[in-house]
Design a protein around this ligand. Structure first.
Ligand code: NAD
Ligand code: TYD
Length: 341
């Protein structure tokens, strides 16, 4: 059930619930919030894996295979729900350079359709966004972005996420749609597609290939365990102030080279046993957002504060679940190879 003094969420729609963070969120809700029933809407793109939620009780979780751009589907599914938690998106920067059109359709038009449906059926919306909407910082700049920092996205992916955030803000102000937004830093943990940095390197080692580092490896990301992000999303969706944006991060900045060396060491390999490959065009240098508002207003704190332990758990999960990731590994690496990465 929803928290005391907050929004009571008993029936929720989770878009993108067969993807990485969406499936972790559905699992989190089933585990931590008995009584809440979840309808997942997912169009099952290459990034989805329905196995990520297939073991959950059918009386708690229902999967509707469909597209959030499909207005008639939303009109059928949304009535009777208290909230939509919106994770569905094209999410990988490298793919947004190869095929930006899919990002405009799914991320911008998808959010627009969802906003229209939430408006028509008076359903609360929590929109899941990214720290990348603020653009990057120079490596020698000690600053962190805050909620009021200007949006300066630099990749097609982050530009479509920024656009979708602006639609949410406009629909909240103009039409009174009840909505909150969260912008989170880089997630790691179980059920992440092997195209992403952390699981790509872990599974490369597991299949006997060498990890791949883009460029100098000096780019900095702020890593958060996916379970900490999921708890933050629940807190904001149930207790966050309507119309507000909250930044989510665990204050755990590392260069890509540091993270890659950590993975190699924890897997018993030489820390220099990797290949440097072609850099990403326009590669953002450093992401950093300040989570103070979330900590102050909602009392949220990350529970996974030791990155090495979190990486160990993640390595153990990929070791134990080859049937989850192995079927997509070869095709993913073939796509990277075609791009020289
Ligand atoms: P993902 O790529 O693993 O999963 C996305 C899911 O959305 C997939 O299951 C896919 O099938 C589904 N989907 C895509 N388009 C759809 C559509 N039009 N209709 C229905 N379903 C659709 O992504 P993720 O890493 O889990 O990210 C989830 C959300 O969190 C995204 O909005 C992303 O921008 C945001 N985010 C991600 C991170 C990160 O580190 N991964 C960090 C901050 C924010
Ligand atoms: P990624 O997981 O794609 O997330 P994001 O682009 O949202 O930060 O990449 C994380 C960082 O790792 C990014 O700086 C790019 C880099 N990277 C590599 O060095 N090698 C890889 O194989 C991948 C996929 C990413």
């Amino acid at each position: 059930m929803g928290e005391k003094n907050g929004r009571a969420l008993e029936r929720i729609v989770v878009t993108g619930g067969c993807g990485f963070i969406g499936s972790n969120f559905v699992r989190h809700v089933v585990r931590e919030h008995p009584g809440v029933r979840v309808t997942v809407i997912d169009k099952l793109t290459y990034a989805a894996n329905p196995a990520s939620i297939a073991d959950l009780p059918p009386e708690r979780v229902r999967l509707v295979v469909g597209d959030v751009c499909d207005a008639s589907l939303l009109d059928r599914v949304l009535p009777g729900h208290d909230a939509v938690i919106h994770f569905a998106a094209e999410s990988h920067n490298d793919n947004s350079i190869a095929d930006p059109g899919a990002f405009v359709r799914n991320n911008v038009d998808g959010t627009f359709r969802l906003l229209e449906a939430c408006r028509a059926h008076d359903v609360f919306l929590h929109h899941v966004s990214t720290d990348e909407v603020y653009g990057d910082l120079a490596l020698d700049d000690p600053a962190r972005f805050s909620e009021g920092s200007p949006y300066r996205p630099s990749s097609p992916y982050s530009a479509t996420k920024a656009s979708s955030d602006l639609l949410v803000r406009a629909w909240a102000r103009t039409f009174g749609v009840r909505a909150t937004i969260s912008c989170c830093s880089n997630n790691y943990g179980p059920y992440q597609n092997v195209e992403k940095f952390v699981p790509r390197q872990i599974t490369n080692v597991l299949v006997g290939a060498r990890p791949r580092l883009y460029g100098s490896g000096r780019n900095v990301r702020d890593w958060i365990h996916v379970e900490d992000h999921c708890r933050a999303v629940w807190e904001i969706a149930t207790r966050g102030r309507v119309g507000e944006t909250y930044l989510v991060a665990a204050r755990s900045e590392r260069s890509n080279l540091e993270v890659l060396r950590l993975i190699l060491e924890r897997m018993g390999r030489d820390a220099d046993d990797f290949d440097v490959v072609r850099d990403r065009p326009g590669h953002d240098r450093r992401y950093a957002v300040d989570p103070s508002k979330l900590e102050r207003e909602l009392g949220w704190r990350p529970l996974h504060t030791n990155l090495a332990e979190g990486i160990d758990q993640t390595i153990a999960w990929y070791r134990a679940h080859p049937s989850w990731w192995l079927p997509t590994k070869r095709a993913t690496e073939a796509r990277y190879a075609a791009r020289g990465q």
